[in-house]
Ligand binder design. Structure first.
Ligand code: AKG
Length: 337
C-alpha cells in the first residue's frame, strides 16, 4: 500500500507543534523508501558481518534472520558490527562517501520537505546531523537520556528553529523504546546539560523544565517532529525486535549555516558569522529552494561532496565538556544529538 503523501502541515498542526513542542504526523514517508533503506543497510551488515566471520569473531553472518532481528543475533556474539553502524560505517565501502542513496532519498523526500517547509519556510537547509539508530533490545547504547538537541548546537541558534524529524523504519512502540518528549518543555531557554553514559549529553532531573512527559509511539511511515529545545529521551527496548530509526534535521537558510550557498540579501548575517553554522562540525546542504534552485543538492553524490569538502568547525564548549569532535574527523562515537 502506498501512503498518501502529506502536502505540508495544516494550520492546526502548525499551532499544535508550536504549542506542544512536538507533533506526530502519520504517513509521510512512502514504505518503498523505507524498504530501500533496510535493503541498503542489510547489504552493509552483510559486508561487516562477513568481515567479523573471517576474523573469527562471529560464528555466522546470520543472513537468514529478518532485518528486525539480525543485528540482535550478531550483537549477542560481538559488538563490533553494531558499533560500526552507530559510528557511521554505513558508507565505508564507497571510498569514504558518507550517505547511503536510500537515506538521501528520504532526506529529500518531497512530502517530508513539505512538512519541514511548513515550519522552517521555503528556503530549506538539510543538516548533516542525521543519525541512524539501530536500537537493539536491552543494548545500552540505544538508551538516550533527556536532552534538548540545542544542548549540542551553538548558543546563537538557541532561539531559532532547527527541526528534528524522527522517523522509524519499523512501527515504534513504547516496548521498543520509542521517543518520550516533555510537552511544553521547549517554551523556555536551553537548560544546563552534563554528560551521561555513552557520551550523550544529559539534563539532570532537577534541571528539567516544567512540562508533561508524553510517550510518543509512531507507526512506520510516520514522523515525530520536535523543536531543538524540546526535551526528549528514549526508553529501553524491552521487545524482541530492533527499533531501527533515523533522525533528520532541517532549518531555514536564513539561519547560520555552512551550506555552500549564495546568501540572499534578506539572509545576510552580522559580520563574522558566515559560514558559522548551528552545528559547525558537520556540513549543511540546501535541499529545497525557490530562489536559487541551481544550488539545491539533488543526489547522494552531491551531498557526499558537500560533506567531504566540509572543514569541521569547532563547537563552543558550552557545558565545560570535552569536545566530541576531532579536527578533520568524521562522525564519532557518542555524537548523540
Ligand atoms: O532515537 C532515539 O532513541 C533518540 C533520538 C534523539 O535523541 C534525537 O533524535 O535527538
Amino acid at each position: 500500500m502506498v501512503a498518501t503523501p502529506t502536502r505540508g502541515l495544516t494550520e492546526e498542526q502548525i499551532s499544535q507543534f508550536h504549542n506542544d513542542g512536538y507533533l506526530v504526523v502519520d504517513d509521510v514517508i512512502e514504505p518503498h523508501l523505507l524498504d530501500a533503506v533496510a535493503d541498503e543497510i542489510t547489504a552493509v551488515i552483510d559486508r561487516l558481518a562477513a568481515e567479523q566471520v573471517a576474523a573469527e569473531k562471529l560464528s555466522s553472518t546470520f543472513a537468514e534472520e529478518p532485518f528486525t532481528r539480525r543485528l540482535t543475533r550478531i550483537t549477542a556474539e560481538s559488538d563490533e558490527v553494531i558499533t560500526q553502524i552507530w559510528d557511521g560505517a554505513l558508507a565505508v565501502d564507497r571510498g569514504g562517501a558518507l550517505t547511503l542513496p536510500s537515506i538521501f532519498e528520504i532526506i529529500r523526500h518531497p512530502p517530508l520537505l513539505d512538512v519541514a517547509e511548513s515550519l522552517c519556510g521555503p528556503e530549506l537547509i538539510a543538516s548533516s546531523i542525521y543519525r541512524l539508530r539501530p536500537k537493539v533490545p536491552f543494548h545500552g547504547r540505544g538508551i538516550v537520556p533527556w536532552h534538548q538537541d540545542s544542548g549540542y548546537f551553538e548558543p546563537y541558534c538557541d532561539q531559532s528553529l532547527i527541526l528534528t524529524c524522527w522517523l522509524p523504519l519499523v512501527d515504534a512502540t513504547p516496548e521498543m523504546g520509542c521517543m518520550q518528549v516533555l510537552r511544553y518543555g521547549h517554551r523556555g531557554a536551553v537548560v544546563p546539560h552534563g554528560h551521561g553514559d555513552h557520551h550523550y549529553l544529559e539534563i539532570k532531573e532537577e534541571n528539567l523544565p516544567e512540562g508533561e512527559i508524553v510517550t510518543v509511539p509512531v507507526r512506520r511511515g510516520g514522523v515525530v517532529l520536535m523543536t531543538n529545545r524540546t526535551p526528549h529521551m528514549s526508553t529501553p527496548n524491552t521487545s524482541d525486535c530492533i527499533r531501527w530509526s533515523m533522525d533528520l534535521r532541517y532549518q531555514s537558510a536564513s539561519l547560520p549555516t555552512n551550506a555552500p550557498i549564495t546568501r540572499l540579501p534578506e539572509e545576510q548575517l552580522p559580520d563574522g558569522w558566515a559560514p558559522a553554522a548551528c552545528y559547525p562540525p558537520e556540513a549543511d546542504a540546501l535541499i529545497r529552494s525557490a530562489k536559487r534552485p541551481e544550488q539545491v543538492i539533488r543526489t547522494a553524490e552531491e551531498f557526499d561532496r558537500v560533506r567531504s569538502q566540509h572543514k569541521p568547525g569547532a563547537i563552543t564548549e558550552r557545558w565545560g565538556n570535552p569536545l566530541f569532535w576531532k579536527e578533520g574527523g568524521r562522525r564519532r562515537a557518542g555524537m548523540g544529538v
